[in-house]
Ligand binder design. Structure first.
Ligand code: SF4
Ligand code: SF4
Length: 544
């Protein structure tokens, strides 16, 4: 039997061969075999012993019982048995473009008119536009044309730029952080910090399965995708909500039982990656334009503009499609694709949670406005406090510095002037310490103190599993089957010129209830094995 654990995730995990969860195996602890089924469930089948096999040849004996047990996607998500096989099979089954293709055909051919809404993440917008080589002079216009495309070819009613729910999610996360900071200041025995951003499902999965000490530190605020789902669910429980996201891990998030309504209907009906979205766009476009052979980019650039609404309050269900809901104010990080991304870009490339929260907390807690946009985020190096200087401690950190995957920002208190600023002076004392860690290796290093009964030296950490953040998510469109590091870098550079982020507004009205803005996490106990057989865990130790 082989199995894979998440205890030291560095790279792609090889597939597991069997469902090793003792809760699905038989009481005699014999091994079970996992077989993906067309219904999208994993069936655990008892592996027969040599004696049983020989017994089956004897028709006079009682045939062995082949009790079939099903492990649902929820079971797999609450299990640390394997990572990339059963879970992936189930997720791909539920969130596949095959299912979406069928759904669109059905919708177009029948008169049943459920509302069809699509939420597209900022990274996916940028990646689609980069790959289509659209002009980047007016990104809002391109978004409106693509909305018309989705309406004409996929029968989509509403497209929401995920920057809208991102504003809600970031603001709620900022309020939650400020509350935790104040509580910790007033009750010294309560350890609530550092708070960890919870918008990356891959990181949440890693923490739930292998860094249990960090679970109480995860921010209780759902990601922008789940906020968008909760909003559309409360508007119209019947609507079909599709999310276009930069990674496969968002399928995992969409399948969490925490993100369902009282009737257990998911907030997000289907999550597909940017690559899958692009495949389906091309497919529908080719079919419709088989005679003209026009390129999809030309088609999109000639389409009329959809209506645009700058808030959900402005949009209403009565508005006739196609509708685009996008924030009033969006910042473009750079319009020049030949300039290498700097730390400002990497601080924004996953939604800019840490950047927004830092500015918000500085204002709320210390009445200080941070106007610095270009040099706030600096590569993190260990601080030699005795010498008051920063020094590179290893080649790995030096390489991380080059790749800008571990950034930090600090707000200092200056006792002599009784002021706060981000400038470090000999007498200054840090009052707010934030960090951004991108990439599995970097986040493992950043979270290591939790495994050593210590705490990382920060108040807030944005920890994202993909190197360079969501802009380089695993579901983004690659330029080659096996991209070289240079090709990856160039792809990210180009995407930068299409990337938009919400302006740092703090007055957004959040159209969700307090309950919808809270989620929770679970401890997933490690599987325990003895030599050659599954040892099993006590039922009471498993949280399902
Ligand atoms: S994730 Fe757990 S329950 Fe699901 S197939 Fe793997 S071992 Fe079995
Ligand atoms: S960092 Fe990667 S895995 Fe995490 S949410 Fe972003 S794209 Fe997905």
């Amino acid at each position: 039997m082989s199995s894979v654990f998440l205890s030291n995730v560095d790279d792609y995990l090889g597939p597991s061969q069997a469902c090793v969860n003792p809760l699905f195996s038989n009481t005699d602890s014999t091994t079970t075999i996992t077989t993906p089924t067309p219904e999208g469930a994993v069936r655990t089948r008892k592996r027969r012993t040599v004696r049983e096999r020989s017994d089956t040849t004897n028709t006079t004996n009682t045939p062995p019982t082949n009790a079939v047990v099903s492990a649902s996607i929820a079971d797999c998500l609450a299990c640390s048995g394997c990572v990339t096989t059963a879970e992936t099979v189930l997720l791909e089954e539920k969130h596949s473009i095959e299912k979406l293709r069928q759904w669109i055909h059905q919708r177009v051919q029948t008169s049943v008119r459920k509302r069809f809404v699509v939420t597209i993440s900022p990274s996916s917008w940028a990646d689609l536009m980069r790959h289509m080589n659209l002009q980047n002079s007016n990104l809002r216009t391109r978004q409106q044309q693509m909305t018309t495309f989705f309406h004409q070819y996929w029968a989509v009613d509403v497209v929401m730029d995920a920057n809208v729910p991102l504003e809600w999610s970031r603001l709620a996360a900022a309020q939650s952080f400020v509350e935790a900071y104040r509580q910790q200041e007033s009750q010294t025995n309560k350890i609530l910090l550092p708070q960890l951003a919870s918008s990356c499902p891959a990181t949440v999965c890693l923490i739930e399965k292998s860094i249990h000490a960090a679970i109480p530190h995860l921010s209780p605020i759902p990601s922008s995708m789940s906020c968008a789902g909760a909003y559309f669910q409360q508007q119209d429980a019947e609507c079909f909500h599709l999310a276009v996201m930069p990674c496969h891990d968002k399928k995992l998030e969409a399948s969490r039982t925490e993100f369902t309504n009282d009737q257990e209907e998911p907030f997000v009906d289907m999550s597909i990656t940017t690559t899958e979205c692009w495949q389906l766009m091309q497919e529908f476009c080719r079919r419709e334009n088989a005679t003209t052979q026009q390129h999809i980019t030309q088609i999109v650039e000639q389409l009329p503009l959809s209506a645009v609404y700058t808030s959900v309050q402005e949009w209403s269900a009565a508005c006739s499609p196609p509708c685009l809901i996008a924030p009033r104010d969006c910042r473009s990080v750079s319009s020049n694709s030949t300039i290498a991304p700097n730390s400002t870009f990497f601080a924004e490339s996953s939604g800019g949670y840490a950047d927004f929260l830092f500015r918000y907390a500085a204002r709320e807690l210390f009445h200080t406005d941070i106007h610095d946009f270009s040099s706030l985020w600096q590569p993190f190096m260990e601080l030699d406090e005795t010498k008051q200087k920063q020094s590179v401690v290893s080649a790995r950190i030096a390489s991380q510095k080059r790749r800008r995957e571990f950034l930090h920002a600090t707000l200092y208190y200056h006792p002599s002037s009784e002021t706060y600023s981000t400038a470090l002076t000999p007498e200054s004392r840090p009052v707010l310490r934030f960090a951004i860690a991108n990439g599995m290796q970097t986040i493992q290093r950043a979270l290591k103190p939790f495994q050593e009964n210590a705490l990382p030296p920060f108040d807030y950490m944005e920890i994202m599993a993909c190197p360079s953040g969501c802009i380089n998510g695993g579901g983004q469109i690659r330029t080659a089957l096996r991209e070289t590091p240079t090709e990856t870098r160039e792809r990210i550079w180009t995407s930068q010129s299409y990337f938009q982020t919400p302006s740092s507004v703090v007055s957004t009205e959040i159209p969700l209830t307090a309950g919808q803005l809270r989620t929770q996490y679970r401890i997933i106990p490690p599987m325990q094995h003895t030599m050659g057989a599954v040892a099993g865990i006590e039922m009471k130790d498993a949280i399902w």
